[in-house]
Design a protein around this ligand. Structure first.
Ligand code: MLT
Length: 250
């Protein structure tokens, strides 16, 4: 199999996603929030580019939906929810559809269009996602990063999934970018005594979130394989793959 990695939204360059499986990763916090919402009973998430599009889309969908997202890490004025996964409880999101716009995560998702398949990756569902990827020939980890720059948290998650693919026995050809993700993961998290929360807290974006009072989000997003499901983005909507939410398969 071939494994590639993109460091940040806006950096896909001349890549062609046709025939490839793209895994979009925004550990802090968009993809962790998406996985949380769907495993808490949200029906579907519609990623959009900006708050104006979210408002228009809401009028089309009708009152029976919520708006969520952030700019500069904070809830957007007039929106129902911010981008903290801790807000997306079953009480709030079960049975709901959510229109979501975030600074980098939803941008990466929208840039991944035309891929054969688009999956949503986070530490929460990394094991389930990488076991599914074992059957694929071409995988691209599309890290959202921050404002065009790589984010340590996303690289680590992509590196972890790459490590699991290699451990799963597939012969793999890695691009240099994918190798950087793998080496970063193995260097910082490859030993059993390493602590994901501690390492994640060193990321620049984590420090920014902590300064805004979102320390608990970092701890939450650092949970490994606690929500073992497959989440896909197809035809404008993000949903959980039916029957994929199975802890034994993680
Ligand atoms: C993003 O899309 O840039 C993030 O999810 C920002 C955040 O932490 O809310």
């Amino acid at each position: 199999m071939k494994i590639d990695l993109i460091f940040a939204a806006g950096n896909k360059g001349r890549r062609d996603f046709h025939g490839k499986t793209v895994v979009v990763i925004d550990v802090l916090r968009a993809t962790s929030t998406i996985v949380t919402a769907l495993t808490n009973g949200c029906l579907a998430i519609y990623p959009v580019a900006d708050p104006g599009t979210a408002a228009l889309f809401r009028r089309q969908l009708g009152s029976d939906c919520l708006t969520g997202g952030e700019r500069q890490g904070l809830k957007i004025s007039g929106f129902d929810l911010g981008n903290s996964p801790l807000e997306y409880t079953a009480e709030t999101v079960a049975g709901q559809r959510i229109i979501l716009t975030t600074s980098n995560g939803t941008r990466a998702l929208l840039e991944a269009e035309h891929a054969a398949e688009i999956l949503i990756g986070s530490f929460l569902n990394a094991g389930r996602t990488s076991s599914y990827l074992l059957a694929k020939e071409e995988v691209v980890f599309f890290c959202a990063g921050t404002n065009g720059e790589p984010g340590l948290e996303d690289l680590l998650c992509a590196g972890l999934m790459t490590d699991r693919l290699l451990a799963g026995g597939r012969a793999a050809e890695l691009t240099d970018a994918a190798r950087i993700g793998l080496v970063t993961y193995r260097h910082l998290l490859g030993r059993p005594e390493t602590d994901l929360v501690t390492v994640l807290s060193q990321a620049q974006h984590a420090k920014g979130l902590a300064a805004l009072g979102f320390v608990d989000d970092i701890t939450y997003c650092a949970q490994l394989d606690t929500r073992p499901c497959l989440v896909c983005f197809r035809d404008g909507r993000i949903t959980m793959v039916p029957g994929s939410n199975n802890a034994s398969e993680a």
